[in-house]
Ligand binder design. Structure first.
Ligand code: IPE
Ligand code: IPE
Ligand code: MG
Length: 242
């Protein structure tokens, strides 16, 4: 069991992102439907958000639904969408009370109107909150995001907003969905797979990666602490020599 005191509070990752994977497999082990795993997964989001607030993490970004996930069976997709709008409304007051700013990346227009509206509503109400930015990736995929930004950059170049010669890293960043977020310091993926699955490909260039076998519904405070502790052991060099 990890002790709170082992964590170095001077070296807390500012931006943590999580690929919350393993809901379906978790449910299957229990002989339940995959959607039962998604339901349980929401409770874990609540716990990890609370813990992030306690630790002083400023940005928490969660991969909840990818562009590719639309190709799953319709009943599963529908249940996930319903769960999303229900949960966002259920936790609205908790988010307000705790200074959580809800943010999203991805194309909310792909979502059923009800889910889109609930999310937009809570984003609007929590817009001025400053304690932590909770970003949910919804109908998000990194290649889609990059293609979109290329289109917008070209279009703005054609409108003479800037010269092609002046395009730099900052310009590209400004056109990504994450333009209001710092680069992630730590990426956690639960569920045992060791891949990025089209998540934040540009942004993760120098993030520390942490993979664990625990399925998301089983992911607990102590697992989160372990990830942070592992992060704190890493030497981040960014290509330089320390
Ligand atoms: C992650 O869990 C949640 C979503 C992708 C919506 P999965 O649903 O991918 O669960 P596994 O990986 O199949 O167990
Ligand atoms: C990644 O998980 C997406 C989310 C967690 C939302 P997937 O389950 O979709 O990824 P793959 O298919 O295992 O790569
Ligand atoms: Mg999965």
């Amino acid at each position: 069991m990890t002790l709170f005191s082992e964590i170095d509070y001077k070296n807390i990752p500012k931006h943590v992102c999580i690929i919350m994977d393993g809901n379906g497999r978790w449910a299957k082990i229990l002989g339940k439907k995959r959607t039962f795993g998604h339901q349980k997964g929401i409770e874990v989001v609540k716990k990890i958000l609370e813990e992030s607030l306690k630790l002083g993490i400023e940005y928490l970004t969660l991969f909840a639904f990818s562009k590719e996930n639309w190709d799953r069976p319709t009943p599963e997709v529908k249940t996930i969408m319903k769960l999303l709008s229900k949960s966002v409304l259920k936790y609205k007051n908790t988010l307000i009370k705790n200074g959580v700013k809800l943010n999203t990346i991805g194309d909310l227009n792909d979502l059923p109107l009800e889910s889109k509206n609930s999310i937009e509503q809570v984003k609007e109400i929590t817009n001025k909150n400053q304690k932590i930015t909770l970003t949910i990736a919804l109908s998000y995929s990194s290649r889609w995001e990059i293609i979109n930004s290329i289109k917008k950059i070209i279009s703005d170049c054609q409108k003479n907003k800037f010269n092609i010669k002046n395009i730099n890293e900052k310009t590209v960043n400004n056109y990504l969905c994450t333009n209001n977020l710092p680069y992630p310091d730590l990426l956690i993926r639960t569920g045992g797979e060791k891949r990025i699955s089209n998540f934040l490909l540009w942004q993760l260039a120098y993030s520390e990666l942490y993979f664990c076998n625990t399925n998301w519904p089983d992911f607990e405070k102590k697992d989160f602490h372990n990830a942070i502790l592992e992060y704190q052991k890493r030497e981040r060099r960014f290509g330089k020599i320390n």
